[in-house]
Design a protein around this ligand. Structure first.
Ligand code: PAF
Length: 292
């Protein structure tokens, strides 16, 4: 354990799993709960709101900061992913010194073998992000399972921006009989509507301002979906991006919220969501909106 400032109370920071596991064991009582917020750092208000929710709902809150190499299919994306541990620690101390931080090394997690386990998420992994980022969800499954084994949380908090990831983590928990409640939390947005993401740090102020367009288009798509088919709405979105956006559209998909399969024919008993991924200057942004 490492304390930043001996005069002032600061949150406990662990860089190794053995010390963290021992510490969590030492504070555990028969009915105490652990809330867990896994992150890759470059913390923003969205992460802090997950931590706040966990603090309100649990006796102990653990946050991990770990840029997980196995979930990056693009080496440039991995090398450019923002790493801002000191600033993250300052933000977390500003929020609450009751949070426990786990900031492991690659070796602490992977024990010398930086490899993904292979998962079957009943097809959830083959849609959208899974198509465009091969191996991504095996990497996510591997790290989340590993972190769950280390932290043994009662409740784990995930943002709905990564809705596909959220469904995949829920599936992993179900299939492996893990005793953890996976809680999805509403998307936190910048003032102009751009979904908060650690990758936003890499945008110029102008690109960040242009990011408003993503939610604007999603909102119009939602309106249009009331009276149009999924394919008509998709065509409209594709055309809108071709015409005027500074962003390149990677995909737009209207999908069943549970199976994540594309909506071919609307059913009144199903819940649908629109999913979008765009790139600007090789920076990849995703967003999603519930449609009904
Ligand atoms: O959403 C993220 O930040 C990551 O995918 C996660 C869940 C922390 C796993 O590395």
């Amino acid at each position: 354990m490492f304390a930043l400032n001996l005069n002032k109370r600061t949150m406990p920071v662990f860089y190794g799993k053995v010390a963290l596991i021992d510490y969590l064991k030492s504070i555990k009582t028969p009915h105490s709960t652990i809330g867990f917020v896994p992150t890759m750092g470059a913390l923003h208000q969205g992460h802090l709101s997950l931590m706040q929710q966990s603090l309100a709902e649990n006796n102990t809150t653990v946050v991990s900061i770990f840029v997980n190499p196995t979930q990056f299919n693009n080496p440039e994306d991995l090398s450019k992913y923002p790493r801002t541990l000191e600033a993250d620690i300052t933000k977390m101390n500003g929020l609450s010194t009751d949070v426990i931080l786990y900031a492991p090394s690659v070796d602490d997690i992977y024990d010398g073998k930086v490899l993904s386990q292979e998962f079957n998420f009943d097809g959830l992994e083959n849609q959208m992000e899974g198509k465009f980022r091969p191996g991504h969800f095996d990497g996510v499954g591997t790290i989340v399972k590993r972190l769950f084994e280390i932290v043994s949380p009662t409740n784990a908090y995930f943002g709905e921006k990564d809705f596909q990831q959220l469904q995949i983590v829920k599936k992993m928990v179900l299939k492996n009989n893990l005793e953890v409640n996976v809680i999805g939390c509403a998307i936190y947005r910048e003032k102009n509507g751009l979904a908060m993401s650690s990758r936003n740090e890499r945008l110029t102020p102008e690109q960040r301002a242009d990011g408003a367009l993503i939610l604007e288009i999603l909102n119009v798509a939602k309106e249009k979906f009331k009276t149009n088919s999924a394919s008509a709405v998709t065509q409209w979105v594709e055309k809108s991006f071709r015409k005027s956006a500074p962003f390149e559209l990677e995909y737009f998909q209207i999908a069943d919220e549970t199976t994540l399969t594309p909506c071919l024919r609307k059913s009144s008993i199903k819940k649908y969501r629109a999913f979008i991924a765009v790139t600007i200057n090789n920076i990849r942004l995703i967003d999603t909106i519930s449609l009904n």
